[in-house]
Design a protein around this ligand. Structure first.
Ligand code: SF4
Length: 321
């Protein structure tokens, strides 16, 4: 698994019911085996059940978000009892604890009035709920850490979004290391160069914009520079890498050493990149070739390039899960 700190697993928060903990209102769970069993081998999960930890107990009456004028409340479905303040107070405290744990990402339970991150149903006067809410706890965490990679278990069933989430989580952990303590602009420049190919696969425009930011470092207050670099870097990675841009990053990597290859190996590498570009083979095939050549030829500019790190599907036995 790629990591800025290879000895430490990626630490991610998760809605506890997704790991199979019997914390739902009816005493059940929503175990997601992809998360608990497959990803669980690579990740240190930090499970949180906001409703249970806030003292609402198990079993408890089911709840929903209800729009009341400008405000959105968390109410018991049947009785209408209001738990908004309880959940908000709990969230403020728990988010503070989670900040200290330095999470690299968070997987939320979809549609939950406490944990959902997007399009949670909000009930009101109309017969049909509007899908425009955010769970109370999810909102508090996302407000405190706006650049933290977050996803819900529904979207993570898509291999492309899953790979992207894990990729962003590792990048977020590396960014945190970069800006820990007294960082220098040289360190940021080295970080930026190590992410050159990865950024190009996601958003070449942002790669160049961040380069301009680096050049203007002396004219920008440090705090502002850090906040902007972090936000724009994470926003760029949040755009899933397209096949065309990933192909361009592969070709850029190959240009560093292809002239040193015997003609047969050069042809095979080009064919492998073309086959990936045409959708015939997985990314891991040309990546493995590039890694091997880069290692054998000691290609300095490719040393430390995060784009060449092993992907999630390679760690899961070469299979898409
Ligand atoms: S969705 Fe959130 S609040 Fe509901 S049971 Fe799961 S962890 Fe608890």
């Amino acid at each position: 698994m790629p990591s800025s700190t290879p000895d430490a697993p990626l630490r991610l928060g998760i809605s506890a019911c997704l790991l199979g903990e019997p914390v739902r209102y009816d005493g059940g769970h929503k175990r997601d085996r992809l998360l608990s069993d497959q990803l669980g081998r690579w990740v240190e999960w930090v499970p949180v059940c906001p409703e249970l930890e806030a003292g609402l107990g198990v079993p408890r009456p089911p709840m929903q978000l209800v729009g009341q004028g400008q405000s959105i409340r968390l109410l018991e479905r049947e009785s209408g009892r209001d738990h908004t303040r309880t959940l908000q107070r709990f969230s403020t405290r728990r988010v503070r604890e989670l900040l200290a744990l330095e999470l690299a990402g968070y997987v939320f339970k979809r549609d939950s009035p406490s944990c959902g991150i997007r399009r949670v149903p909000v009930f009101g006067a109309r017969a049909r709920p509007r899908r425009e809410g955010r769970g109370i706890f999810a909102a508090a965490l996302c407000d405190a850490l706006p650049d933290l990679p977050v996803e819900d278990e529904g979207r993570l069933q898509d291999p492309r979004l899953r790979e992207n989430f894990i990729e962003r989580s590792f990048a977020f952990a590396r960014l945190r290391e970069l800006f820990r303590g007294r960082w220098t602009v040289r360190q940021v420049a080295a970080f930026h160069e190590a992410h050159e190919l990865q950024l190009i696969a996601h958003s070449p425009g942002v790669y160049r914009a961040l380069q301009r930011q680096l050049a203007a470092f002396a004219k920008t207050p440090r705090g502002e520079f850090r906040a902007r670099y972090r936000a724009e870097f994470m926003a760029a990675l949040a755009k899933p890498a397209s096949r065309a841009r990933t192909t361009s990053a592969l070709r850029r990597a190959a240009r560093h050493f292809e002239r040193q290859l015997p003609s047969r190996a050069r042809r095979e590498l080009a064919a492998s990149i073309d086959a990936y570009s045409g959708g015939e083979i997985a990314l891991r095939v040309p990546l493995a070739r590039i890694r091997r050549h880069a290692r054998q030829l000691s290609v300095k500019p490719l040393e430390g390039q995060t784009f060449l790190e092993a992907r999630l599907d390679e760690h899961l036995g070469g299979k898409r899960v």
